[in-house]
Ligand binder design. Structure first.
Ligand code: NAD
Length: 499
């Protein structure tokens, strides 16, 4: 069995804490590796070295830092298949999905090549007699990122790309469930020219996370994961005086209006509800058809499509629609919620319970499920299932559908399917959710816009990637300068003269 490492000061380094976590192949259920779980001492030592390495990196001109990102993009493309293969084997998602995971991270790295532009400050010439005023963006020093299992390439790149290109050193604490790809990314960055120590990948669990939150050198923490952990990290990080942004869980609704193209809506729901086994924070988990007739038509269209879905291991090729979920515990939680849905009176229209895949009986596969007549009090509506389970909540009117989404505690993504521009515009303008799709089920913004949810899906002021990322990983300093020749011309300086 492979023993994984940390990546410290440019090298793979064995863990010294004596604690490990198992890394599974979710398709077979076998343990394929173990990953060391760092102690506070290991984390603190990595941070101390990162702080030393940051001094030179932060003083390197932004163009040179951008060139490292440019080379990183080339290497990511070169190793795309290798990265995707490893990603699929630890996460379970299909090979095309795994390539998409790397690709969406890579696009943020491409955006980071423009870092010199985002690092530019502002200048006011002659703000007073002989006085110039200018502001500059400076790196924070050492920043950290704590990332989830479901996008082990994309989310680490969303965090480290902007942080590093802005001149920070970065501590990445990836998910302990699929830690290999982040280590490979660190090696590629080193090959691309990143100096040793500037990026430290420290594997671990709560102990390493708490060490990050309590470490006085770390200035900023970016987190992505479930809402309870997001709240915990936000609270502890902020009370320790750090800049913190946390992106949490989701319950994304898709409203289907009576005038929607029903085939298009059904295709969208199947892709967005069951793709990646529902393990996406932007997955649609709730369909909200408006009117009984729309609901009946939607069910009619959905059932045959869902029954045709092919569930299998990534090794079965492009034919597979989705793979296993990440762990046996995840599978158990999903099936437990399905049972609760049945008990609480929802109608299980497609029943994936008892799904078994020949030759992969120990794998963590979950068959597709579709519930109709779900109500907001049920656990399957209230909790994030994070599995291949779509719930249909019937709404009597557009306003009822809108209010359902407004009242939900999560606010990551949402969508409306309609042919009516007025309705779509009203929805996009009034809804209290961070990312909205109009006839687009998974409205993930591209790298040059920003990504972030509202309500219990996001904590902190700034979003991920796009210009916000550079604001998050830098701080502004404003300089007011006065030179003697100005004094001669304007006489003695008084602040009043600047009004
Ligand atoms: P998770 O919250 O279990 O873990 C996320 C990270 O937190 C991991 O690195 C993990 O090691 C660490 N962690 C776990 N328990 C901890 C604890 N008690 N104390 C301190 N740290 C702890 O999330 P996950 O299961 O890896 O990922 C799935 C979740 O992430 C879902 O809720 C999903 O919606 C969410 N997610 C959100 C976004 C977004 O942008 N909003 C994107 C992707 C995933």
């Amino acid at each position: 069995m492979e023993e994984l490492c940390h990546f410290i000061n440019g090298k793979r380094v064995k863990g010294t804490s004596g604690r490990f976590a198992d890394v599974y192949n979710p398709a077979t259920g076998e343990v394929q590796a173990r990953v060391p779980l760092a102690s506070q001492q290991e984390l603190d030592a990595a941070v101390a070295d990162a702080a030393k390495a940051q001094v030179k990196w932060g003083a390197t001109n932004p163009q040179r830092r951008a060139r490292v990102m440019m080379e990183f993009v080339r290497l990511l493309n070169r190793d795309m298949d290798k990265l995707a293969e490893k990603l699929s084997s630890e996460h379970g998602k299909t090979f095309p999905d795994a390539k998409g995971d790397v690709q969406r991270g890579l696009e943020v790295i491409e955006f980071c090549i423009g870092a010199p532009h985002f690092m530019k400050g502002e200048f006011s010439d002659g703000a007073g007699p002989g006085i110039d005023m200018y502001s500059m963006r400076q790196p924070l020093g050492v920043a950290a990122g704590i990332t989830p299992f479901n996008f082990p390439a994309m989310i680490p790149m969303w965090k480290m790309g902007p942080a590093l290109s802005a001149g920070n050193a970065f501590i990445l604490k990836p998910s302990e469930r699929d830690p290999s790809v982040p280590l490979m990314l660190a090696e590629l960055l080193q090959e691309a020219g990143l100096p040793d120590g500037v990026l430290q990948v420290v594997n671990g669990d709560k102990e390493a996370v708490d060490a990050i939150l309590d470490n006085e050198t770390i200035q900023a923490v970016g987190f992505v994961g479930s809402t309870p952990i997001a709240e915990y990290i936000y609270g502890r990080g902020c009370s320790n005086g750090k800049r913190v942004q946390c992106f949490g869980g989701a319950k994304n609704h898709m409203i289907v209006m009576p005038d929607a193209d029903m085939d298009q809506a059904a295709d969208a729901l199947v892709g967005a509800g069951y793709g990646a086994a529902g393990e996406r924070c932007m997955a649609i988990s709730v369909a909200v058809p408006v009117g009984e007739k729309t609901a009946d038509r939607l069910i009619e269209k959905l059932v045959p499509r869902i029954e045709k879905l092919k569930v299998g291991p990534y090794t079965a090729g492009d034919d597979v629609d989705y793979g296993p979920v990440v762990t046996a515990a995840a599978k158990e939680k999903i099936l437990g919620l399905v049972e609760s849905g049945v008990k609480q009176g929802a109608e299980l229209v497609v029943d994936g319970r008892g799904f078994k895949l020949q030759g992969y009986e120990s794998g963590f596969f979950v068959g597709p499920h579709l519930f109709d007549r779900v109500t907001p009090e049920m656990d399957i509506y209230r909790q994030e299932i994070f599995g291949p389970v779509l719930c249909q909540v019937r709404a009597d009117s557009y306003d009822d559908a809108l209010n359902l989404v407004m009242d939900n505690e999560y606010g990551n993504g949402t969508a409306i399917f309609t042919r009516d521009g007025d309705t779509a515009r009203d929805f996009a303008s009034r809804i209290n959710v961070g990312m909205v799709g109009v006839n687009v089920p998974i409205p993930v913004p591209l790298a040059y816009h920003t990504f972030g949810g509202w309500k219990k899906s996001g904590f902190g002021d700034l979003n991920q990637h796009g210009p916000d990322a550079f604001r998050f990983y830098t701080r502004t300093k404003t300089v007011t300068s006065r030179w003697p020749s100005g004094l001669k011309e304007g006489g003695e300086f008084h602040f009043k003269q600047m009004d």
